[in-house]
Design a protein. Structure first.
Length: 266
């Protein structure tokens, strides 16, 4: 039997879990404040692990160079992103370091998402950085997407001519208590589970990008096991079987989640 990364469209590579912003709706910041016993162990992925991951992934899929954390804090961001030249390279940033790292970003990514959110005290300074970066970038790569989380005034961002992606907010501690009902796919199976892989900075593999400080969604460790073995392994198959049978509640992480892999906007 030939094994392959069947269904895989997107891989998040967590270059770093460190962040330089204190967002009010961030689950990690809430853990830092209210649940200090849960150790977040912020840090960077070893560059040798980034190299190993890049060699194992199939061509043509989307590689997002973030998970939890600000990717531009990674000391070797430019070098790391060039390792994935055979994939569609993307990342999500808060933009604080965007001008400082502009030469590592421009021409080195295919798309770039800049996240904005409601009631951000730093929104105006971020707006200025976006404006400055777009002027420096010109018409070249990457294509910039403005992601607006919650009740954000999207009108002021339209002047940039970028794609605007609106998103509903959920609880800081996980994908539940959404401000409106998230979209459910008609197949009744979470699409993230079917097509997504997350590689944490320490090499642990998760089934999705949902906030998971306790590692409930971890299905393997790519420092010990090849990615293809984890993707086609029994742990993931068992979770998929539960979803197929409508037993999402029997998967510990999924039972706490209301997201179905379909981004929902306002």
């Amino acid at each position: 039997m030939i094994r392959c990364f069947n269904g895989l469209t997107t891989v998040n590579v967590e270059l770093t879990s460190r962040c330089n912003k204190n967002c009010w709706m961030c689950g990690r910041r809430k853990v830092d404040r209210d649940y200090p016993k849960i150790k977040m162990n912020y840090g960077d992925m070893e560059y040798s692990l980034v190299e190993s991951v890049a060699k194992q992934l199939p061509e043509g899929i989307v590689v997002q160079l973030h998970n939890n954390g600000e990717p531009l804090l990674y000391p070797r961001f430019g070098e790391a992103s060039r390792l994935f030249s055979k994939q569609i390279r993307c990342m999500d940033t808060n933009a604080i370091l965007l001008m400082e790292k502009a030469d590592e970003v421009i021409g080195n990514l295919d798309t770039l998402t800049i996240s904005t959110f409601e009631n951000d005290e730093e929104a105006e300074s971020q707006y200025g950085i976006i404006e400055e970066f777009l002027k420096k970038k010109g018409s070249g790569k990457p294509n910039v997407i403005i992601r607006c989380l919650g009740q954000v005034d999207v009108e002021k961002y339209k002047k940039f001519g970028c794609i605007i992606a609106t998103r509903i907010l959920h609880s800081p501690m996980g994908s539940f208590k959404y401000t409106k009902n998230p979209t459910v796919p008609e197949i009744g199976i979470c699409l993230d589970l079917l097509n997504h892989m997350v590689i944490r900075k320490d090499g642990k593999i998760s089934i999705c990008v949902r906030f998971d400080p306790k590692g409930l969604g971890v299905i393997g460790d790519c420092t010990k096991t090849p990615l293809i073995d984890i993707w086609t392994g029994e742990k993931r198959k068992k979770i998929i079987d539960h979803h197929i049978r409508g037993e999402r509640n029997r998967v510990e992480l999924c039972s706490r989640c209301e997201f179905w892999g379909v981004p929902t906007g306002y």
